[in-house]
Design a protein around this ligand. Structure first.
Ligand code: B12
Ligand code: SF4
Length: 501
């Protein structure tokens, strides 16, 4: 019985930007008595179906955007006689869908770290349950990853999670509902061991795949201190202290290492934290800016962000302390108007952010936005490929609309074109070249230009383009540029590196 772990994708680039961490975590959770799992990441290359045999176990991890592809793989694996098990955020939210459309024998809801062993034992006995509750695993039980199984020349960034869960409640995000609002911070020793193992293997770029690297703000602490119950204050203080301890240990690693994380804009209030990040070589962070106006922030329940000039100052604070920002913006919010696209790019430019992504508001299941939208669409009779819009992920990619939420002032096409124009303007050659001056040598600048263009090809065009010929062209282009880019991320292995105390 071979255990397969498959990360589905419609587009394969030959090289991946970030390792899908779940593959290697589930590999670690696979007891050695079942042998090493056979891992396929379709963002690299499509699965070869002939590797799946009767009696094998096929684990497929899906989020909403790749669910349809995952279901096709599941059906094929079941037809080959394998046990099919789905997991991941989308399967957690829609377990019955994986059964109906993906040929699932079983679905794991929540974290797979602990329950995976039981699933495999049950499959080995030929008697698996239809649903397993993986729950929210406590930090000490979150598994590290089997990095020894990772193909050595396929990814630019490895990914290590340091904290799961986020205390905020943004309306477009499901993390706080599925992963919970209590930060589950992994123990520093375990995180450091994984990172050291990666550097030994020659990885120096590591994405900290956290929901929010700054789970305790100064405001949270001040509020807890004012309350009579001091226990919460002590818990928060301990979490914050652990963050600083981890960063101090990261700072002792070889100085060619580069980390990237996801963080809320609130960290700009905390120079001590930003300085610790810079010392730890956390050189970049994805910051969810979402909107540049107070109305837009209200639309997404993100009142803790700033707008206007205060926003520009906050984003600049990151850069000032040595942390580059990948700003994430959302278009299609009810308060957006035709002028919003240009105004947003102008803020991104003035705020000295290094990379940006411009997303079209997509109601992802599990979010507050989705629940409201589903209710509003209850009487909508539109069907595409037989599917209502509220099941947009089941519509084949080439027919899937790009915008789903009706807008009070703009058509879907206006929003798509405006979003495309924002990518085009932010990533024009001249703008990229200007931003490339954030690094010193000519070689580093050329690298910066290449990475900027690759990022745009991978994350903008496949998402916004309307016809499949265009998507194919862009995928080809990204494949072509990805290989040389990957080489820029390698480092000589350091087999003798020790874990800093
Ligand atoms: C890091 C990250 C990224 C990175 C890296 C992605 C990558 N290559 O791994 C980047 C920045 C590139 C990214 C991009 C996107 N992301 Co993202 N990302 C995350 C984040 C923060 C962490 C993922 C992670 O590595 N977690 C660590 C692993 C160990 O946990 P896990 O994946 O949840 O897996 C566990 C369980 O789910 C389960 N499990 C998972 N698979 C399986 C399979 C089996 C068989 C079993 C038994 C169990 C199991 O067991 C695992 C161990 O406990 C999550 C948030 C989150 N909390 O999940 C969002 C998240 C997954 N992303 C999300 C989204 C929307 C996106 C984008 C679509 C954003 C966009 N609009 O462009 C893109 C899609 C890119 C793509 N095609 O993959 C959403 C997905 C929502 C949804 N319903 O699908 C999430 C949940 C965040 C959110 N705001 O809601 N993302
Ligand atoms: S968008 Fe970010 S800050 Fe908001 S709830 Fe999700 S993870 Fe937390």
């Amino acid at each position: 019985m071979t255990v397969h772990l498959i990360n589905p994708s419609d587009n394969s680039f030959g090289v991946g930007v970030i390792t899908p961490r779940w593959l290697y975590v589930l590999a670690e959770a696979t007891p050695r008595r079942f042998g090493d799992p056979h891992i396929t990441d379709e963002t690299l290359d499509p699965i070869d179906p002939s590797v799946i045999h009767a009696g094998d176990v096929v684990g497929i991890g899906i989020h909403t955007s790749n669910a349809l592809r995952g279901y096709a793989i599941g059906r094929a694996a079941r037809a080959a006689g394998a046990f099919v098990v789905f997991g991941g955020i989308h399967a957690t939210l829609f377990p019955e869908e994986a059964h109906e459309r993906g040929g699932a024998h079983a679905v794991v809801k929540g974290d797979g770290d602990v329950v995976w062993e039981t699933v495999l034992d049950d499959c080995a006995k030929g008697a698996c349950q239809s649903v397993y509750e993986g729950g929210r695993v406590e930090p000490e039980d979150l598994r590290p990853a089997r990095w020894d199984l990772m193909p050595s020349k396929s990814y630019m960034w490895a990914s290590v999670q340091t904290v799961r869960g986020c205390p905020k409640h943004c309306s477009f995000c499901s993390v706080w509902k599925t992963d919970g609002q209590r930060p589950r911070q992994r123990v520093g020793d375990v995180v450091m061991e994984e990172i050291v193992q990666l550097r030994r293997l020659g990885f120096r770029f590591i994405a900290l795949a956290d929901d929010n690297f700054y789970p305790v703000t100064l405001t949270d602490l001040a509020m807890a201190q004012r309350r009579a119950d001091k226990a919460q204050y002590e818990t928060l203080r301990a979490l914050r202290a652990e963050r600083f301890e981890l960063m101090a240990r990261l700072a002792q690693l070889p100085d060619d290492m580069v980390f990237f994380t996801q963080i809320t804009m609130e960290a700009a209030e905390d120079p001590e934290f930003l300085d610790a990040m810079a010392r730890a070589r956390i050189k970049g962070a994805l910051v969810g800016v979402e909107a540049v106006t107070p109305e837009g922030l209200k639309d997404v329940h993100k009142g803790f962000n700033d707008a206007g000039e205060a926003l520009v100052d906050r984003l600049r604070a990151f850069r000032h302390h040595g942390v580059h920002v990948l700003g994430s913006f959302i278009f299609g919010l009810p308060s957006d108007r035709a002028a919003t696209f240009d105004a947003t790019v102008a803020v991104a430019e003035r705020a000295s952010i290094t990379f940006a992504q411009f997303l079209m508001l997509t109601p992802f299941p599990g979010t507050t936005d989705f629940a409201q939208w589903e209710q509003m669409m209850a009487s909508d009779g539109t069907r595409i490929a037989g599917q209502p819009l509220t099941r947009h992920w089941l519509i084949p990619q080439e027919q899937r609309p790009k915008v789903f939420t009706p807008h009070p002032a703009m058509s879907s096409e206006d929003i798509r074109l405006g979003t495309q124009a924002a990518w085009d303007r932010f990533y024009s050659w001249s703008n990229i070249w200007q931003r490339a001056h954030c690094v010193e040598s000519l070689k580093a600048r050329v690298t910066f230009v290449l990475i900027s263009k690759l990022y745009r090809q991978m994350y903008a065009n496949t998402g916004i383009a309307t016809d499949s010929a265009r998507v194919d062209r862009h995928t080809q282009w990204a494949r072509w540029i990805a290989k040389p880019c990957r080489r820029l991320f390698t480092a000589a292995p350091m087999p003798n590196l020790q874990t800093p105390a």
